[in-house]
Ligand binder design. Structure first.
Ligand code: HEM
Length: 444
């Protein structure tokens, strides 16, 4: 018996696009309450988005045949920013091959070799913070996480080249609004915002190409620990890969790592502090954990923060074949949107889901079926280990260096900023005082 399509708002696609554009969180929540765990939203140009809020359905999709669930096709509009070879926008064999070349640089051992650099960068950043006056943390975290990527992923340490990259990369990654990502007719590419985007990308790509050439020619290549060096080495030594990763592909992967790994981690860290400063006892406990080297507590704080304020609300898979799911018929071509946010805020899986309780994760690994900040399956975030090590390290190093004031200010609302969900006021914090170097020395 043929099953029905999933339910969804009976509104014209243009109105649905307007509603999701104005307030994506409220619109998706309302649809979830009204239609249940599988519902469809229609958007002009993009097509039908089917949201999923049942962990079993999500597991089927994330762990299903990657030839049927295309993440690259779902993210295709991003190719204008990250390039057509980017891991984010490719599928099937090409994805498998590129991902396997990139994975070793993001394994635990490789990431642990970057901790000293992360600590040094955090110390430099915190030294610039004002004492006694409120400031938004988010731009500072963006600067910090960009620096981490530049030095540990691209392996740049020269002062002048770092300055040039710091200036050229953020404008290239600025997406503005999702509307800008709708591919325009070819003739328009030479005008307006599309022309400006192409110019910004060309400027950044030139600098990244220069880094790739320097890396290939570096006599210290074998000793280097950054991801670019590992990619260049693995590309030239992997027999199964045949040839080294060509430069145009390498450059797209570097842009991908910058885009996927910089603002996401900055947002996650900003939320962690936004939550902690509104919970004085947890803030004090976390400062003690930093001083005592209690990594389990720091981990629990990061995990709970990523649960209650996921940076990315859903991930995407475009169906290449018809599918029956949850009693509904989903035709090829629809985009499935497993909702990280709906699952992680459901009282079915988390008692008192709106309350910030790091102790939920103390001493236990999160259940991967219902803790999804990094997506899942063969497309799970390549930098998940890197991001968690970076979050824990930065959290600890900040709390070792400054005492932050708790606040009674209302919770900062969640604001959609293209694919990430950021604190609306930028996570405003106040440093009460700097901590004496003596205590720092004791902790390290
Ligand atoms: C807290 C920080 C981060 C969050 C919340 C996050 C979240 C995500 C999510 C939800 C996905 C999609 C997963 C899926 O479709 O199943 C993803 C993919 C990806 N992330 Fe992250 N990410 C973070 C940090 C990073 C970092 C630090 C890097 C690298 C330096 C990175 C690199 C990537 C890449 C390359 C992909 C595409 C993987 C593929 O398609 O095979 N991310 N991330």
């Amino acid at each position: 018996m043929a099953s029905a399509p999933p339910p969804g708002p009976p509104l014209p696609a243009a109105i649905q696009a307007g509603l999701i554009w104005l307030d994506p969180i409220r619109f998706v929540d309302t649809c979830h309450r009204r239609y249940g765990d599988v519902f469809a939203i229609r958007i002009p140009v993009i097509g039908t988005l089917v949201f999923l809020a049942n962990p079993e359905h999500i597991r089927m999709v994330a762990r299903g045949d990657p030839a049927i669930f295309h993440a690259g096709e779902a993210a295709a509009p991003l190719a204008q920013v990250v390039g057509r070879h980017s891991l984010l926008v490719i599928d099937d064999d090409k994805h498998r091959r590129s991902r396997s070349l990139m994975l070793p640089a993001f394994h635990g051992d490789a990431v642990r070799r970057q901790i000293a650099e992360m600590i040094a960068i955090t110390a430099e950043e915190v030294a610039r913070w004002p004492v006694g006056e409120p400031f938004p943390l988010y731009p500072r975290m963006q600067r910090l996480t960009l620096e981490v990527i530049l030095r540990t992923v691209i392996g740049v340490h020269d002062r002048h080249r770092l300055a040039a990259l710091r200036a050229a990369l953020p404008p290239m990654m600025e997406i503005g609004s999702p509307v800008e990502l709708i591919p325009p007719p070819e003739a328009l590419l030479r005008f307006g915002m599309w022309r400006r985007r192409a110019q910004r990308r060309a400027a950044a790509v030139e600098l990244l190409n220069d880094e790739i050439h320097r890396c290939r020619a570096d006599p210290q290549l074998e000793q280097r620990t950054d991801a670019l060096a590992m990619l260049v080495r693995s590309g030239s030594s992997t027999a199964s890969a045949g040839e080294p990763m060509p430069d145009d592909e390498l450059v797209d992967q570097l842009v991908t790592l910058l885009l996927a790994g910089h603002d996401t981690t900055a947002t996650a860290l900003s939320w962690a502090f936004e939550r902690l400063t509104r919970h004085p006892e947890l803030l004090a406990r976390t400062a003690h954990a930093a001083a005592d080297g209690d990594e389990a507590w720091l981990d629990a704080v990061c995990r709970e923060s990523l649960r209650i304020r996921p940076v990315v609300f859903e991930f995407g898979r475009k169906l290449t074949a018809d599918l029956q799911l949850g009693g509904y018929h989903l035709p090829a071509g629809v985009i499935l949107a497993p909702s990280i946010n709906l699952v992680q805020h459901s009282s079915r899986y988390y008692p008192d889901p709106d309350s910030f309780q790091p102790q939920r994760f103390l001493g236990q690994r999160p259940d991967p079926a219902v803790w999804l900040p990094f997506g899942g399956g063969v497309r799970r975030c390549l930098g998940a280990t890197f991001a968690q090590v970076e979050m824990r390290t930065v959290l600890r190093e900040i709390l070792l260096r400054v005492e932050l004031a708790a606040t009674t200010a209302p919770d900062e609302p969640v604001r959609a900023r293209h694919v990430t969900m950021v604190p609306r006021q930028g996570a405003v914090v106040t440093v009460r005082r700097r901590i004496a170097a003596a205590r720092l020395a004791t902790a390290s």
